[in-house]
Structure formats: C-alpha cells, structure tokens
Design a protein. Structure first.
Length: 146
C-alpha cells in the first residue's frame, strides 16, 4: 500500500469533479460497513457531515459513528464508472484516520463552510448542530483515468 499522504493535482481535480464517495469503516471486530457520502476537502483532510437526511437512529448510534469510536480507521473511495467507455474508469482511494468533530470543536465551522460551498443542499440544513467526520489521509492510491 502507498505511503503517500497528499493528493496530486490530477487527483484533486478528479475528486472535485465527483460529488459522491463511499465511506468504509469497520467495527471493533473488523466487520466492514460502507455508505455513500458527500464530502469536502480542505487540502489536508476530508469532511463528511452527519446531515439532516432521514436516519433511523440518533447520530451517535449510527454504525459509522460507532465504528469510528471503536477503531478510528476509515477509507474513502471516489470513483468514476462509464459503461460505454471503460477508458474513462478511475478512482482515488484514501485510507486514513477518522475523527468525529463535534459542533464545539475547532475546525467544525470551517468544515461546514466547505461543505456548504460544495453542496447547495447543505446551505439550508442546520449543520451547526451536527457532528462532522474528518478523515486525515495516511495513504492514497489512484488508478485509471485520473
């Protein structure tokens, strides 16, 4: 696995061009969990909010939150698929340390600003009261048309 922790310019452009990623976490026993997420990147860390979209449980009981508390490991996959032209396939895979940023924590306000700048839908949500997941890359791998 790569020990590279910073994205190349082409990877940043690829990441900025795509709006959905998949967040992978694992519980204390290593059982994986994968969910699609919206994300923003500040040049150092990736952010994804626990937003107002309907959820069946309180945010503290979400599986991804419990997994991050248990392990602090996460992967974020940003990919592109084109059924008609496989020469366009590509992905950026980030493995890193995940942290939960509470509303009162340093960096929360800036993470929310980045997310609102990237997604118009977040401009009307009350993200100030929601936890944000931050992922600091520990290794980055990319492949394909990046």
């Amino acid at each position: 696995m790569s020990n590279r922790t910073t994205l190349r310019e082409a990877e940043i452009a690829f990441m900025q061009a795509h709006k959905v990623a998949r967040l992978a976490t694992a519980d204390a026993d290593g059982h994986p969990h994968l969910v699609p997420v919206c994300y923003a990147f500040d040049g150092r860390r990736f952010y994804t909010p626990l937003d107002e979209k309907p959820k069946r449980v309180d945010e503290s009981k979400l599986r991804r939150v419990r997994n991050i508390v248990a392990r602090h490991e996460a992967s974020l996959l940003i990919d592109h698929y084109d059924d008609a032209d496989w020469s366009q396939l590509g992905y950026v895979l980030v493995h890193g340390r995940a942290e939960l940023i509470a509303p009162e924590d340093a960096g929360h306000t800036e993470a929310i600003r980045l997310l609102r700048d990237r997604y118009a839908q977040y401009r009307t949500m009350k993200l100030e009261t929601s936890t944000v997941i931050a992922i600091t890359p520990e290794s980055i791998v990319s492949w394909g048309n990046i």
